[in-house]
Design a protein around this ligand. Structure first.
Ligand code: DX5
Ligand code: ZN
Length: 231
């Protein structure tokens, strides 16, 4: 089994945490990732922002290459960039296990998802809070992961949009109706208060940035608090 398949089996059995390193101290990124792994994180969520699709710029290919060499955890690249067709394969080649693109960012969603698969990574698709789920209906059989944005992307530390819970539940239904097995992931505003609703709606993998990397607690304590809130 590859890293993606192992992740899928793990989160199918029990929801898990995907720390977003966007909230980490980039001067100590290796430590931040190692701490997440030791604390039982299921994957590393890697946020790529281009200053156009979202009003912020974050990290890109050289950083991904470096962290690929530093962790055995699955890495999911969340590309918040316009025209993901220009870079999606490069992120696969740089070592992302899953490359997730926004449906709003490309006119050729089907083609880009296939190109990610051809480049050796598992394709994921994501959509902003205002985008109807029907926009991804046709590509569901092509993807290994669907990411439901529970904030408007661009920044960490925002508040979970409550309507996301019903979207997660509808997506869970769609997956069952069509007998598919993609991972359902949620991103934005996940903390010990919001995580449970997402899990109850069928979500498998919870991205958490500011709830994992902050000055209130250690990475281990923060991940444990998220885990404890799941039950
Ligand atoms: C924001 C990113 C998120 C971000 C989440 O656009 O996609 O992954 O790191 O941060 P929190 O968990 O702080 O909402
Ligand atoms: Zn993200």
């Amino acid at each position: 089994m590859g890293r993606y398949e192992e992740l899928r089996e793990r989160v199918r059995a029990r929801p898990a945490i995907a720390p977003s390193i966007l909230a980490a101290d980039f001067a100590h990124l290796g430590d931040a990732i190692a701490q997440a792994g030791e604390a039982g994180a299921a994957s590393i969520h890697f946020d790529v922002m281009d200053g156009r699709f979202v009003p912020n710029i974050s990290i890109g290919l050289p950083v991904l290459t470096s962290i690929r060499g530093a962790t055995a955890l699955p890495i999911e690249a969340h590309l918040m960039i316009v025209e993901p067709e220009r870079y999606a394969e490069a992120f696969a080649h740089a070592g992302a296990d899953i490359v997730t693109i926004h449906t709003e960012a490309t006119a050729h969603l089907n083609r880009v998802l296939s190109s990610i698969r051809d480049a050796g990574a598992v394709p994921g698709v994501t959509l902003n809070p205002a985008t109807p789920l029907v926009m991804i209906e046709e590509v569901l059989p092509l993807v290994g992961l669907v990411l439901v944005m529970s904030i408007n992307p661009g920044f960490g530390g925002q508040t979970y949009l409550p309507a996301s819970t019903a979207r997660l539940a509808r997506l869970t239904e769609m997956r069952a109706e069509r007998d598919l097995d993609f991972i359902i992931e949620v991103d934005g505003g996940i903390n010990p208060t919001t995580i449970r609703a997402a899990a109850e709606a069928g979500c498998n993998l919870m991205v958490a940035g500011s709830a994992v990397y902050n000055t209130h607690g250690t990475v281990a304590a923060n991940i444990e608090a998220l885990r404890a809130a799941l039950h």
